[in-house]
Design a protein around this ligand. Structure first.
Ligand SMILES: Cc1cc2nc3c(=O)[nH]c(=O)nc-3n(C[C@H](O)[C@H](O)[C@H](O)COP(=O)(O)OP(=O)(O)OC[C@H]3O[C@@H](n4cnc5c(N)ncnc54)[C@H](O)[C@@H]3O)c2cc1C
Length: 407
């Protein structure tokens, strides 16, 4: 097929974020949108490795609102016979093992209540009824969010693609953006392996390559990939797909059922980051870290001793990106008109994809976006000095303290 030659808006990257952004733009009536993905299919990079957890209990009202928006979108997509993100609204249990954590849960519950998100504390016996294989004896508190859940990241991305195509968005795979053209500080097009494409707006949703894409327009942004992994056990009795997602922040772990087995992941110390200045179009290869897996197992064992006997069926791993302040980078930079960021997802780009899409849309449509959306602007890293050593250290710290109190 002949390569495309122009579009109003080009989105770079066909992961959950790029496709989620395309969907929100299309819903808003912007149909001259072209999404370019360098691989021969969408959702083959970080998105393909994600656990698909969708959690709305967050430390600020804005973050709760973004997560709620995503849940609303997943629910609508799930009800649409043309789109099936495999969204299961099974709820979530957040288990506190210390008194400090109980206090944090109370603060989280207040934020949730202010943001009209239903959460409540459960008696341990009630938690055990919802997750019979787990021993809740050590739990000091269990916070339940009935509208949380999980989905299959590939299915979500394909659901976005299906809806986008129906709304007129063009999606071209095997099309790599090699450079970005600008004239007098304004985007004019992109150069690809299949030729040039004229456009007025470029949206950077290139995941672990977002740093390189920003570099094509002369912007240096601290988007730091940090390795993340989880394991799936061999088949395990009692792993009903309707079991709630469980987070045990004092053990730095999360778990859920996955096709008759247990999925277990977490945030180990000694985080491994990659310096994006050192690689080009291929991210550094990743080996499974069995010490990290042993740490997750050790943390879960007191509540679920059977984990120590279960073999590992597979390990998923990838390079989600972190920013030094732990916030997304969303919106246009005033330094290059028409260059819009949708990255720095801090390991929740799948669950955040619909909300990020909405924020990108707001940043593009409104001359005066909300203070929160403005606070996500890439310009916060362009107007102030920062350095790579510090940015990488902060990214690793954010990873290691992902389930830290009030993080
Ligand atoms: C083990 C693991 C578990 C995770 N669990 C969760 C979870 O439970 N919930 C959650 O919300 N998140 C989770 N995440 C994080 C989540 O996977 C990421 O935040 C999300 O996938 C980022 O999506 P993305 O679209 O930005 O990036 P990607 O999926 O990496 O997509 C970027 C795309 O851009 C393309 N691209 C790059 N450069 C170019 C170019 N020059 N031209 C054209 N295309 C290009 C790439 O090929 C790629 O397909 C997890 C991550 C990992 C690794």
């Amino acid at each position: 097929m002949a390569p495309p030659i122009d579009a109003e808006i080009v989105i770079i990257g066909g992961g959950a974020v790029g496709c989620g952004v395309a969907y929100q733009l299309a819903l808003a009536g912007m149909s001259d949108v072209l999404l370019l993905e360098k691989e021969n299919s969408v959702a083959t990079a970080t998105t393909s490795q994600a656990a698909g957890l969708v959690g709305q209990v967050r430390s600020t009202a804005e973050r709760v609102a973004l997560a709620k928006w995503s849940v609303e979108t997943f629910t609508q997509l799930q009800q649409d016979p043309q789109a099936n993100p495999s969204w299961r609204q099974v709820g979530s249990l957040r288990v506190a093992l210390t008194d400090e954590r109980v206090d944090e849960f109370k603060r989280l519950a207040r934020v949730a209540s202010d943001a009209a998100l239903e959460v409540h504390f459960l008696e341990n016996a009630e938690a055990e009824r919802l997750w019979p294989a787990l021993n809740f004896e050590r739990a000091r508190a269990v916070l339940h969010c009935p509208t949380d859940g999980y989905l299959q990241p590939y299915d979500l991305t394909m659901a976005y693609v299906k809806k986008c195509r129906a709304l007129g968005v063009r999606i071209e795979t095997s099309t790599e953006v090699l450079d970005i053209d600008q004239h007098e500080g304004r985007i004019t097009g992109v150069q690809t392996n299949r030729g040039p494409i004229a456009c007025r707006t470029v949206i950077n949703a290139a995941g672990a390559h977002a740093y390189q894409i920003a570099g094509m327009v002369g912007l240096e942004l601290p988007i730091v990939p940090v390795r993340h992994e989880f394991l799936i056990t061999v088949g395990c009795d009692g792993m009903d797909p309707q079991l709630p997602v469980v987070r045990i922040p004092d053990g730095s772990i999360y778990l859920r059922s996955e096709v008759g087995a247990l999925l277990l992941g977490g945030w180990e110390s000694g985080a491994l980051d990659a310096d994006p200045r050192t690689y080009g179009s291929t991210v550094p290869p990743l080996e499974a870290d069995y010490d990290a897996m042993a740490f997750f197992v050790e943390q879960l064992a007191p509540l679920f001793p059977r984990i120590e006997e279960l073999g590992i069926r597979s390990i998923f791993k990838g390079w989600p990106t972190f920013t030094p302040d732990g916030r997304f980078i969303v919106g246009e930079s005033r330094r290059v008109r028409g260059f819009v960021m949708a990255g720095g997802c801090n390991a929740h780009g799948v669950s955040g994809s619909a909300g990020i899409g909405r924020h990108v849309l707001e940043s593009m449509q409104k001359t005066d976006p909300s203070p929160y959306v403005r606070s996500l602007s890439p310009d916060r890293f362009l107007d102030h000095a920062w350095n790579w050593d510090q940015a990488r250290r902060q990214a690793r710290q954010l990873y290691e303290s992902y389930y830290g109190i009030d993080s």
